[in-house]
Design a protein around this ligand. Structure first.
Ligand code: NAD
Ligand code: DAU
Length: 351
């Protein structure tokens, strides 16, 4: 079936995998990628699809109402898959307001445009909001986040995502907007910006730089291969229930310090270093304020209702990811030049 999609944030980490999947899998869909190209957005991520007949890039900021309306007018979108966001917790601690602007005001701007353009004809339309498990706050040693877990965000990032989730559901309840939402755990894979744990550690190990582990490294994250998340978004977009949310996760919990050791071991082998050499670089640093102890997703609903499950074992996915970074030095060089250095200094040279 022919459909025109607005995908926001398609030049970022997860967005680029979603754009690639939809462009390649659905030749009858027209995919318009709207992205402001912030420090995290990079059109190099989409080199392989940039000339595809069903793909168009439009630079634009989701908080710019005029630009958003202009694109709705021009393309008459049938569907929105909304990924554009400020996404890094540490940056949200440095500058909360930019998270409110993009994640809250930007989301509401898109919701308004969808509501206005689809008014009187919501048939076949869908607004898909991509959210995070961080809205649920933190777990203790046991238990899982389900779709019924109450929201309890602790960082400016997760608070802004929680607010955007509430607006999405409020537009469904108040205006009948056809929405669907997912809350996913930590992703990893290619094209991941090296401010986040896994790519930052790979890059630092490679360059023999200190590996900054926050606190005691005891915090736990539940890691999912990014292409599995993109597949989940495809499944939920096409088969998810109107007004529903779905948790997405890998049933794959790792303590940060164990994960860093695993990466060090993989890198020692790949770089021909003596066993244990890279682990010498581990350096415990001041903890992240408000640092959530543990995230773990119960993705049973998505599995039972829509048949999705993760495809890759973690060790295999990590090997693939490390290989991608080692084979894409130019990409790393480009994204770590300029502003990245300034951010790195500010974040990692505190007292
Ligand atoms: P990212 O930071 O890699 O990419 C964000 C993209 O949004 C970039 O291309 C950026 O240029 C664009 N963008 C930022 N502000 C914008 C604006 N005002 N207007 C238009 N474009 C703008 O993020 P990501 O890790 O790919 O995350 C994508 C989405 O998935 C986010 O909504 C995030 O909350 C959610 N999420 C991420 C993870 C994860 O582990 N990375 C897990 C669960 C959910
Ligand atoms: O859970 C989903 C979320 O996962 C997404 O919504 C966010 O967009 C995404 O950034 C990610 O958030 P985290 O804060 O969990 O990811 P990050 O990679 O920043 O950190 C992972 C863990 O590693 C966390 O416990 C903090 C720790 N850490 C992180 C960095 C950058 C370190 O110990 N040292 C570091 O230098």
């Amino acid at each position: 079936m022919n459909k025109t999609f607005l995908i926001t944030g398609g030049a970022g980490f997860i967005g680029s995998h979603v754009v690639r999947l939809f462009v390649n899998k659905y030749p009858t869909y027209s995919i318009v990628n709207m992205d402001a190209l912030t420090y995290a957005g990079n059109l190099e991520n989409l080199k392989d699809v940039q000339t595809a007949a069903n793909y168009i890039f439009e630079k634009g900021d989701i908080t710019d109402e005029q630009r958003v309306n202009e694109l709705f007018e021009k393309y008459q979108f049938d569907a929105v898959i909304h990924l554009a966001a400020e996404s890094h917790v540490d940056r949200s601690i440095l500058d909360p307001l930019s998270f409110v602007k993009t994640n809250v005001i930007g989301t509401v701007t898109l919701l308004n445009a969808s509501k206005n353009y689809w008014k009187g004809n919501m048939e076949g339309k869908r607004f898909y909001h991509v959210s995070t498990d961080e809205v649920y706050g933190t777990l203790g040693e046991t238990g899982f986040f389900t779709e019924e877990t109450p929201y309890d965000p602790h960082s400016p990032y997760s608070a802004s995502k929680a607010a955007s989730d509430h607006f999405v559901m409020a537009y469904h309840d108040t205006y009948g907007l056809p929405v669907v939402m997912s809350n996913c755990s930590n992703n990893y894979g290619s094209h991941h910006f090296p401010e986040k744990l896994i790519p930052l550690m790979i890059n630092n190990i490679k360059n023999n730089k200190p590996l900054p582990v926050y606190g005691k490294g005891e915090n736990v994250r539940d890691w999912l291969f990014v292409e599995d998340h993109a597949r989940a978004i495809d499944t939920i977009f096409h088969n998810g229930k109107n007004g529903a949310s779905y948790n997405v996760g890998g049933f794959n919990e790792w303590k940060n310090i164990d994960l860093v050791h695993l990466l060090c071991n993989i890198m020692d082998k790949k770089m021909g270093r003596a066993a244990g050499a890279s682990a010498q670089l581990i350096s415990y640093v001041t903890d992240r304020p408000g640092h959530d102890l543990r995230y773990a997703i119960d993705a049973t609903k998505l599995n039972k209702e829509l048949g999705w499950s993760p495809s890759l074992q973690f060790e295999e996915g990590l090997e693939k990811t490390v290989d991608w970074y080692l084979n894409n030095e130019e990409w790393i060089k480009h994204v770590t030049s300029g502003d990245y250095q300034k951010y790195y200094q500010q974040q990692y040279t505190k007292a």
